[in-house]
Design a binder for this molecule. Structure first.
Ligand code: ATP
Ligand code: GCO
Length: 167
């Protein structure tokens, strides 16, 4: 019996890339939280304003429902920046495991800059880091360094994830 995985991190950390590759490796369904945003949220971010808790609440509820529907296995890429957001998702699926793609502002800004045409302006990266509450050791989840190639990150994750589930 598997658990759903949320690949989390700031915008540009590689959630979509790593999440899709991880789902393929685990042979489970994949979804990207970017596709769950309302048109209002997309318009707000596109205009350079960060989302607030109220903007994120209904979005997180939809993501929680997807996780509950995939409680025996699935990968969701979702920023899940705050502990309270992760706790909300845990209310939907207590067994959910978070994998934080951690990287420096410099590395992630470089990647964002080389990704044209995305709705998230690079100017919002600072607010993403300001909002980010990294995983607390008490959360028993997994943190990986993003400054490596995708295959290496996936190799690390497939080793680390079952160990977390056994806790
Ligand atoms: N490990 C990696 N090494 C090199 N480039 C990477 C790596 N992971 C992702 N990238 C590249 O960095 C950019 C950002 O990645 P991606 O879109 O997956 O991030 P994201 O966290 O999903 O961003 P957002 O939340 O803003 O949609 C993309 O151009 C992607 O190809
Ligand atoms: O919580 C948030 O502020 C949002 O999820 C953003 O992080 C973006 O949706 C995403 O990362 C696209 O760039």
């Amino acid at each position: 019996m598997g658990s759903p995985v949320v690949v989390m991190g700031v915008s540009g950390s590689g959630k979509s890339t790593v999440g899709a590759a991880l789902a393929q490796r685990l042979r489970v369904p994949f979804a990207d939280a970017d596709d769950f945003h309302s048109p209002e949220n997309i318009a707000k971010m596109s205009s350079g304003q960060p989302l607030d808790d109220a903007d994120r609440r209904p979005w997180l509820a939809d993501i929680g429902r997807w996780l509950a529907e995939h409680s025996d296995g699935g990968v969701m890429s979702c920023s899940a920046l705050k502990r309270s957001y992760r706790d909300l998702l845990r209310e939907h699926v207590p067994s959910v495991v978070f994998a934080h793609l951690e990287g420096s502002v410099e590395v992630i800004a470089r990647r964002q800059a080389s990704r044209p045409g995305h709705f998230m302006p690079s100017a919002l990266l600072r607010s993403q880091f300001d909002t980010l509450e990294p995983l607390d050791p008490a959360e028993r989840d997994v943190t990986v360094d993003v400054d490596r190639d995708v295959d290496t990150i996936i190799d690390d994750l497939v080793v680390a994830l079952p160990a977390v589930e056994e806790n």
